[in-house]
Design a protein around this ligand. Structure first.
Ligand code: SF4
Length: 223
């Protein structure tokens, strides 16, 4: 089977969570089923990206909330939007340096889209928005992004921030060189593991709580 070898952060997490789901998505190219939780996450991300359009700086969290109230499904995501305005005011009211920043790293064969990048007191931060603090991959994601961004910008990235939109908490971490190297190592290990599984034509199913929101559940259950 032919595979380009290119990976994204989402693919790495998908493979490590369930190799069979990665196989259905990337090799069998099975069409994803609609999963409400995933679509809600995408919609909220988009709204948070757009809230800064035309704004250099907000004056208060109330001003951010007023912008978010313009969203057509404001009441569906009221909790997350209110929490976001609260968390942003604790962090920075300035517009991010970049939103949805794309990286294509040919050396590492990696594609990435970073939710936002901020500069605060001359330090660069890679930033992710997460629905819940139960998500176990945030440190890996921030470390990987920091490493890819360093390669691209040739400048040190040592800080990461996560907004947990449902828990109403913000986490700010130091990203060490070890964390960045480990993230790249994980990426390379996953790529090697995929090649091995392609050769053996064997991708195992790994069941768990994540199956509930798996867009390939129906296909998986049939086989
Ligand atoms: S339903 Fe579960 S086991 Fe099946 S592909 Fe999805 S994540 Fe894997």
């Amino acid at each position: 089977m032919v595979w380009s070898g290119w990976l994204s952060k989402s693919q790495i997490i998908q493979f490590l969570t369930c190799p069979y789901s990665w196989y259905l998505a990337k090799i069998r190219k099975v069409k994803q089923k609609y999963v409400e939780a995933l679509e809600n996450g995408k919609e909220v991300h988009k709204a948070l990206e757009n809230v800064y359009i035309g704004k250099e700086q907000f004056e208060s969290k109330y001003e951010i909330l007023e912008e978010l109230k313009k969203h057509k499904r404001f009441y569906a995501f009221k909790e997350q939007f209110e929490n976001f305005s609260d968390l942003a005011s604790q962090y920075t009211l300035k517009r991010p340096l970049f939103r949805e920043y794309k990286i294509i790293d040919k050396n590492n064969k990696m594609r990435a889209i970073i939710d936002r990048i901020d500069r605060i007191e001359n330090e660069l931060y890679v930033v992710e928005y997460k629905w819940s603090s139960q998500w176990p991959w945030t440190h890996f994601e921030l470390s990987l992004y920091a490493s890819l961004l360093e390669n691209k910008w040739h400048t040190p990235i040592r800080k990461g921030t996560v907004f947990y939109l449902t828990d109403n908490t913000i986490e700010m971490i130091e990203i060490t060189n070890t964390m960045k190297n480990d993230a790249i190592k994980t990426t390379n290990n996953v790529r090697n593991e995929i090649y091995k599984k392609l050769k053996d034509d064997k991708f195992e199913k790994r069941t768990g709580v994540w199956c509930e929101n798996c867009p390939y559940k129906e296909v998986c259950l049939r086989q």
